[in-house]
Write a protein that binds this ligand. Structure first.
Ligand code: GDP
Ligand code: ZN
Length: 330
């Protein structure tokens, strides 16, 4: 009897990936490319309420989640199981009604099961901004995501001024790829990297994310040069996250409307852990809770003075540290 029930369950449950969420509708895609609109089973709704009451998550399912669903009609279904995530990217939800609990901002999960987190920047127009990159690197390191730094619009760098920045990030161990949509430089490298993987492209407005995606997959035909969303910093409870599914099982996550994120749940004393080059030295600080901010016997500050740690990276670190200090919600 039990085996029969198991068999039946096996047939009924279809594994799929969540590719889009619209209000209470979850669009899931099977490996064969079939898309079904699903709702959430009651048990999950209850679980969600429970979690929310413990002031943690805003949503229980996110784009990129792997789920099982049962068909409930020709093109409708019910999600019956959510698999554990390999990783996920989240932020503090905007401080608005519906996204807070007792005045505290909930954790808003943006996407899950990501192979590559492309941090997209540009050499110029907008000007190269190392602080933004460092902030995203903290997000990547704290969320178990593999970051790859793209410096686009390299055609504008006639004198190879970017070389010093590339050195800084390569020395720490990050993969840095200079690209140009204009000349096609290194686009092939990106094509090879994203193939068969799930990637998210993130960066400030105007750095060329849509242009890069269009260059990689011309059939995408994304709109280029739209800057309006930069004024739209998270005034909505729902984030607009889209997963673009290519025929070769390549998934690209586009996040129009979110250009910056407040990392969720990073404590002051942990921030240094997310600066990869601090890691070998932080145990040498006199205090094990050292935040590397003028404490006596700080080894990190010493390494900056000795030129072993980049002063720009240290500056970014202090900057982020101060935003944590200012914000009691961390
Ligand atoms: P997004 O906001 O990050 O998606 O940026 P877009 O893809 O919309 O591009 C913003 C602007 O930068 C557009 O005018 C593009 O034509 C331009 N652009 C994109 N890539 C390059 C590049 O490699 N070189 C130069 N010179 N301009 C670029
Ligand atoms: Zn220290």
């Amino acid at each position: 009897m039990f085996i029969l029930w198991l068999l039946k369950l096996g047939i009924k449950n279809i594994k799929a990936k969540v590719i889009r969420i619209e209000s209470k509708d979850y669009y899931v895609r099977t490996d064969e490319g079939e898309i079904t609109r699903c709702s959430l089973r009651g048990r999950y709704k209850k679980e969600y309420e429970l979690k929310k009451n413990k002031q943690s998550v805003l949503d229980i399912v996110c784009v990129g989640d792997i789920v099982d669903f049962e068909k409930s009609g020709d093109d409708a279904g019910v999600i019956t199981n959510i698999y554990e995530r390999n990783n996920f990217i989240s932020r503090k939800a905007p401080k608005i009604k519906g996204a807070t609990f007792r005045g505290e901002r909930l954790e808003q999960i943006i996407a899950a099961n990501i192979d590559y987190f492309f941090i997209v920047s540009s050499f110029d127009e907008p000007r190269f901004n190392n602080r933004v990159i460092d902030r995203f690197l903290v997000v990547a390191e704290s969320s178990n995501l593999k970051p790859i730094i793209i410096i686009n619009k390299i055609d504008l760098d006639e004198d190879n001024d970017i070389v010093e920045w590339v050195k800084i990030y390569k020395k720490i161990g990050y993969n840095v790829i200079k690209t140009s949509v204009e000349t096609g430089y290194n686009i092939n490298k990106l094509v090879k990297l994203v193939k068969g993987k799930t990637s998210i492209f993130w960066g400030m407005s105007g750095v060329g994310k849509s242009s890069l995606l269009n260059k990689i997959y011309p059939q995408l035909d994304l709109r280029v040069g739209e800057v309006s969303d930069s004024n739209n910093k998270g005034r909505h409870t729902t984030v607009s996250v889209k997963m673009l599914c290519m025929e070769d099982e390549t998934y690209l996550i586009d996040t129009p409307g979110i250009r910056e994120i407040d990392p969720y749940g990073i404590k002051k004393e942990d921030l240094g852990h997310y600066f990869a080059e601090f890691y070998p030295h932080h145990l040498e600080c006199r205090f094990n809770t050292c935040t590397h901010n003028h404490e006596p016997g700080c080894e990190i500050e010493k390494k900056v003075e000795e030129g072993i740690i980049s002063p720009y990276r240290f500056e970014s670190y202090l900057n982020i540290l101060h935003t944590i200090e200012d914000d009691m919600l961390f």
